[in-house]
Write a protein that binds this ligand. Structure first.
Ligand code: RNT
Ligand code: ZN
Length: 412
């Protein structure tokens, strides 16, 4: 089937494929820098701590800012559209001595801004409350020791400044996502105290002066971390409550709920509550394993909710880190999968399906929901890629394999 034939078939169910292609091109996804080096960063040589775990030992990971920037740039060429890059504070560029987290500032991120301008991407940001001696016990903003809390509060404030710098330089609001590992391995005796301390620390951070139009703070909840199985200070309920009170956004990570929960079902409640929804698109396999996202039912359902509730109300960031496969391929595949699911969702006539739901025509609704899944999405995707000048099919992998041979495998 040609694109024109597909276009006609979709038109019969009230879908304008030209509009879908234009709408998809407008969605900028925030690609996470940390897939490129297994959440390593440039401060230490050790792996990530804080209850998160990368597994695998595939060769070729980026070891320096230049290598990471080069790999991201390469990946972006194989992804249709223009996107954003999501940085973590531990990816600052330090000349001689590493500047500690509570002293970080725009200076350590100047090379990233310079690079972002060159490549034409916008930046998002994340404070790093892990992989640091003062986070060794996985208690940061809720630490019982006030001096440790103070250090991390300062880090949070520095990160708001850096986010504001990104927003100003790149002329685009910067989302700065707060995730802390804080929690306990075994049953705590006090569940309230750490949450009160967390709220107090967060209040101190968000009391700092920052441009509320330029900086969008989000707070990420979690169910549990490795070695922190019994209690997570920033649980889903705590984060919802805190974010509502503080007037910031809550961030949903698809890996941070019980495996049988539908994350997609939460999206409308978040939108109702906050008006905007921030996302970490991830794929948990039995636990928060951060596998590369696939075109599975969970991703489809999430993408459908995003499309139905207007993508401009969403901050879509990816969050996974697989060290067992080619890391550039992991980026390209995940970004394209996200876009494919968004496009599939755009090619469904939601208004007529919604009308069926309200009219309680459940047989027709079920049949059509299923039949629409087999409409010729591929032709529209191919046309989108053709216009963006990137391969529509798996041909992109050959390009990555060549890059692996010429660049990645030379890193020993
Ligand atoms: C951890 C959180 C968090 C991190 C990144 C690196 O469980 O999902 O978002 O993955 O900040
Ligand atoms: Zn996350």
């Amino acid at each position: 089937m040609s694109y024109n034939e597909a276009k006609k078939k979709y038109a019969k169910i009230g879908i304008d494929t030209e509009k879908a292609i234009k709408d998809l091109a407008k969605i900028a996804i925030s690609m996470h820098c940390w897939q490129g080096d297994d959440v390593g960063g440039f401060e230490t040589t050790g792996g990530a701590s804080g209850g998160i775990q990368t597994t695998g030992n595939y060769p070729g990971k980026a070891r320096t800012p230049e290598e990471l920037m080069g790999d991201i740039e390469f990946a972006l060429k194989l992804i249709p559209g223009s996107h954003r890059v999501n940085l973590h504070a531990c990816y600052g560029v330090h000349t001689d001595k590493v500047v500690d987290r509570n002293k970080l500032g725009p200076k350590q991120f100047e090379p990233w801004v310079k690079w972002a301008k060159k490549v034409g991407v916008k930046l998002d940001f994340n404070p790093t409350f892990f992989s640091h001696p003062l986070a060794a016990d996985s208690l940061t903003l809720s630490n019982p020791d006030p001096s440790v809390r103070k250090f991390w509060v300062e880090h949070g404030i520095r990160c708001l400044e850096i986010a504001e710098y990104f927003a100003k330089e790149l002329k685009s609001p910067c989302c700065v996502n707060f995730w802390c590992p804080d929690g306990c391995k075994d049953e705590p005796s006090d569940r309230l105290g750490p949450r009160q301390r967390m709220a107090d620390s967060l209040n101190k951070i968000f009391k700092a002066r920052y441009n509320k139009k330029a900086v969008i703070p989000t707070l990420e909840s979690k169910l549990f971390g490795i070695g922190l199985e019994s209690y997570t200070v920033n649980s889903h309920e705590f984060v919802m409550g805190y974010a509502m009170k503080a007037g910031i956004l809550a961030l949903l990570d698809m890996g941070h709920f019980h495996i049988s929960e539908s994350v997609a079902d939460k999206i409308s409640s978040f939108l109702y509550t906050f008006g905007k929804v921030a996302f970490h698109i991830s794929r948990p396999v039995r636990w928060d394993s951060d596998h590369v996202i696939r075109q599975n039912d969970d991703l489809r359902a999430a993408a459908q909710e995003i499309v139905k509730m207007d993508p401009s109300n969403f901050i879509i960031a990816l969050d996974y880190f697989d060290a067992s496969i080619n890391r550039v391929a992991a980026w390209v595949l995940g970004m394209r999968n996200m876009q494919k699911e968004l496009l599939k969702a755009m090619l469904v006539p939601w208004n007529s399906l919604k009308a069926m739901q309200d009219a309680q025509e459940f047989t027709v609704q079920l049949v059509l929901q299923e039949e629409y899944k087999n409409y010729p999405f591929e032709e529209v995707w191919a046309e989108f890629c053709r216009r963006a000048g990137v391969p529509a099919d798996e041909a992109w992998l050959k390009t990555v394999q060549k890059y692996e041979k010429d660049v990645l495998l030379k890193r020993v």
